[in-house]
Design a protein around this ligand. Structure first.
Ligand code: NAD
Length: 476
């Protein structure tokens, strides 16, 4: 299709087409039509990538902060110049509206810019010692990283996997999702065009389990970085344990939203509905379990339902659409199962609850209220355009419900009371808390979860630290 990217692997400084390799058909989720055939790496390709990453690391770890900064800031600049093309490609393969893919591309550019500065600040320290002796604590790049990125943010997920390790002096073999390869190719192309040396960043696609087993079995790889579901994350952690690799894991979430009866109702509904239906709810920090205090529960349900009905659903390439399709056929199927189960447990379907249109993988913006704790959707991450509402009476009860699950990625609270804001901010078990705010990600802010939502941080100074190891040198 015209305007879509030529699908290739990037290994040891070379763009590689399908030739005799297996391929995977990439599909436009708005139409179900084919976008292109993606070459899948075989064992020889992965071995070549491993050899190149080891070789490149010996050089790149010695590069100066100025060299790293030049490449990272150059990448940011190129991504800004190419924003229209990258956004279109990302919408074609992932489905979300162009305004979202544009914003995502610019956020990815900001991330490269930020790490283009932060690479100068991998500071160590000098310990207090008697005169004539020294103990130095130094930070060194951890080594080659095997990184796995999912399809839901096809531009910024790959950018997150690359920017901090490259800034730290590491090399990366990145396997993005096979569903959204072109966006990742565009990110790597910007790095290459900005002067990144061969072997520092490599891009492979393949059969996910084959690629992860191959790369994680290698002692060349010193770190695993994964974003995706908790189930797959646990499997990869077990593989990484065999060679005691460092890990950064961004896994699933099921974000609680606590709306107190003193919240600014209109503003809160607007903010939450926009956040809920962003990317058709396929966002790890998506507000999902809405606990609304009894005093405003009915008014909130009515206002939120009215707002959900105004979301225009359709092909993300058409500007007026607020919400595109789900990214793959598994998601509408999952919605049908979870929503059907909730209704059978006594939940009220206020709006939505069905597929939308005749082609592609669209699902209607959905609101479920009075959802019982026993229904699957109150426990399993829905990852779709469904808001799940239930009333609560006291702050303690809301906290108990919010912290009930093994997840701990994002959590939200809405209140005009500073005291409540402080109490709830402290009580929520989450890596990221939004109070009267749904903005979770910024280049300078650590992004990550606790409990089974994962560990470690991407973004911020903490993201750089996650790509470094600590060494102490005692000298007498
Ligand atoms: P999935 O669990 O099959 O895959 C999730 C991601 O992991 C995909 O990108 C996939 O390519 C990758 N993956 C799967 N098996 C792998 C393996 N053995 N080795 C390496 N990578 C592997 O689920 P899915 O159907 O693609 O997505 C649905 C679920 O994934 C959602 O319910 C959500 O929990 C989770 N998810 C989370 C995020 C996030 O940002 N944390 C992003 C996308 C998906």
């Amino acid at each position: 299709m015209s305007g879509y990217t030529d699908l290739k692997l990037y290994i040891d400084g070379e763009w590689i087409g399908a030739e005799r390799r297996r391929t995977h058909r990439v599909v436009n989720p708005a139409t179900g039509g084919s976008l292109g055939e993606l070459p899948l790496a075989d064992a020889a390709d992965l071995d070549r990538a491993l050899a190149a990453t080891e070789r490149a690391f010996r050089q790149w770890k010695r590069s100066t902060p100025e060299e790293r900064s030049r490449v990272l800031k150059g990448t940011a600049q190129l991504m800004r110049e190419r924003v229209d093309h990258i956004a279109r490609v990302a919408t074609l393969e992932e489905g979300k509206p162009l305004r979202e893919t544009r914003a995502e591309t610019l956020a990815a550019a900001n991330l490269f810019e930020f790490f283009g500065e932060e690479c100068r600040r991998a500071y160590g320290k000098v310990l207090v010692r008697p005169t004539g002796t020294r103990s130095l604590v130094v930070k060194e790049p951890i080594g080659p990283v095997a990184a796995f990125a999912p399809w839901n943010f096809p531009v910024i997920n790959p950018a997150r996997k690359l920017a901090a390790p490259i800034a730290a002096g590491c090399t990366v073999i990145l396997k993005p999702a096979e569903e959204s390869p072109a966006s990742a190719i565009e990110v790597v192309r910007a790095l290459v065009d900005a002067g990144l040396p061969a072997g520092v960043a490599q891009l492979v696609f393949g059969v996910p389990d084959e690629v992860s087993r191959h790369l994680l079995a290698s002692t060349v790889v010193r770190k695993l970085s994964f974003t995706g579901s908790t189930v797959v994350g646990k499997h990869l952690l077990a593989l990484a344990a065999a060679t005691v690799k460092r890990t950064t894991m961004e896994l699933g979430g099921h974000a609680p939203v606590i709306v107190f009866d003193d919240a600014d109702l209109e503003r809160t509904v607007e903010m939450l509905a926009t956040a809920k239906y962003r990317n058709a709810g396929q966002v790890c920090v998506s507000p999902t379990r809405f606990y609304v205090q009894q005093g405003i529960y009915e008014r909130f349900v009515t206002a939120f339902t009215q707002r959900a009905r105004k979301v225009e659903v359709g092909d993300g390439l058409i500007e007026r659409h607020h919400m595109g399709p789900m990214a793959n056929p598994r998601r509408p199927q999952a919605m049908e199962a979870l929503i059907g189960d909730a209704v059978s447990h006594g939940a009220t379907l206020r709006t939505g609850g069905e597929r939308h249109g005749k082609e592609g993988f669209f699902y209607q913006p959905t609101v479920l209220s009075e959802v019982p704790a026993a229904s699957r959707i109150m426990t399993e991450e829905p990852f779709g355009p469904v808001a799940v509402l239930a009333p609560f009476a006291t702050l303690d009860e809301a906290v108990e419900q919010a912290n009930r699950l093994p997840y701990g990625l994002a959590a939200y609270a809405f209140t005009e009371s500073n005291k409540r804001a402080m109490l709830i901010g402290d009580a929520l078990e989450a890596g990221m808390v939004g109070i009267n705010s749904v903005a979770m990600a910024a280049a300078d802010a650590p992004f990550g979860g606790v409990k089974e939502s994962g560990h470690g941080s991407e973004d911020g100074a903490e993201g750089l630290d996650d790509s470094l190891v600590t060494k102490v040198i005692h000298q007498a």
